[in-house]
Design a protein around this ligand. Structure first.
Ligand code: CP
Length: 329
């Protein structure tokens, strides 16, 4: 794809060469993310960071990524601080805010809303999560993390064995990740969820049609016994009609150190897009895994800054300028 000026709305926009390009640029961002060098390549540029659903990682890491490239960030958080609560349309909001910004990141609870917003925007829009649909930057940072974790074990993404565990119906990160994995070869995916929270059928079918092996199960010990990656997700309470309905599924598939030791191969990498639900009765990923060196969840979050810097640099066409506008710290 041509990155310059493009919206990033779905991982379906990418082919393998695009992913390699994003990862190559992300690798080059490390000195800046690690504060070893400073670049002012986006000096004078403004990111409109619009998050209409709660977010810690995506909102802050998009903002930090833009700051690390020298740009400034203007934020809108929650509908209550936006004129959308006065009845303003997404079209009008997009027309106005895209006049104030060079690029916009947006999270919204409705599927398709970010694409609708992007249609009216005069600047590139990056999808920070639209309802249960997609979370492209998360899937990219997940795949980037998988690649990095496997490289240290002399493995690549082709031939990956991965278990996706938890709320696979409403978890947008696993939807986007499956779609990205489809581009690789000989992937073995085990989908572990309550039947009611299964991965959407079309995503499963597309994986199988692309020649990958997909196993659907409710057996957690069996599913994690021979995988490279165990990727856990929380129950997406905000997508359920009531908290009580979400409670029916919370805590159903818990991974902790004892289960890890008993069932996983020694080097199995543990991932989670975060936030993990630490409340009593949930704990899909127990705190007793925190000292496990294969727990990659915080490396995963750190990688988000690199990948989001890469997306900004590509979409705003400044990749070749980043080093030229830089200095040592
Ligand atoms: N992974 C993720 O999207 O986290 P936030 O909801 O905190 O942005």
């Amino acid at each position: 794809m041509i990155f310059t000026g493009s919206h990033i709305l779905s991982v379906e926009q990418f082919d393998r060469a695009d992913i390699e390009r994003i990862f190559q640029v992300a690798d080059a961002m490390a000195p800046y993310a690690l504060r070893r060098r400073v670049t002012r390549v986006l000096e004078g540029a403004i990111l409109g960071n619009m998050f209409f659903e709660p977010s810690t990682r995506t909102r802050i890491s998009f903002g930090c990524a833009f700051n690390l490239l020298g740009g400034e960030v203007r934020e809108t958080t929650g509908f209550e601080s936006s004129a959308i609560t006065k009845g303003e349309s997404l079209y009008d909001t997009a027309r106005v805010l895209s006049g104030f910004s060079d690029v916009i990141c947006m999270r919204h609870p409705q599927e398709g809303s970010v694409a609708e917003f992007a249609e009216a925007s005069r600047v590139p829009v990056l999808n920070g999560g639209d309802g249960a649909n997609e979370h492209p930057s998360q899937a990219l940072l997940d795949l980037y993390t998988i690649r990095k974790e496997l490289v240290s074990k002399d493995r690549g993404i082709d031939g990956l064995r991965i278990a996706l565990i938890g709320d696979l119906k409403y978890g947008r990160t696993v939807h986007s990740l499956c779609k990205l994995l489809r581009l690789f070869n000989n992937i073995h995916v085990t989908l572990v969820s309550p039947v009611e929270l299964a991965m959407p059928e079309h995503i499963v079918e597309e994986m199988r049609e692309a020649g990958h092996k997909v196993v659907i199960t409710e057996d957690l010990p069996q599913s994690i016994s021979s995988v490279d990656i165990a990727y856990s997700t929380r129950i997406q309470e905000e997508r359920f009609a009531t908290k009580e309905e979400a409670d029916l599924y919370r805590g159903r598939f818990r991974l902790n150190q004892a289960i890890y030791t008993q069932y996983c191969e020694p080097n199995t990498v543990i991932m989670h897009p975060l936030p993990r639900d630490s409340r009593a009765g949930a704990n899909e990923l127990d705190n007793d895994l925190n000292q496990n060196p294969n727990l990659a969840i915080f490396r995963q979050a750190d990688n988000g800054v690199l990948v989001r810097m890469a997306l900004f640099a590509l979409v705003l066409d400044v990749v070749d300028q980043v080093d030229k506008c830089s200095r040592d710290v």
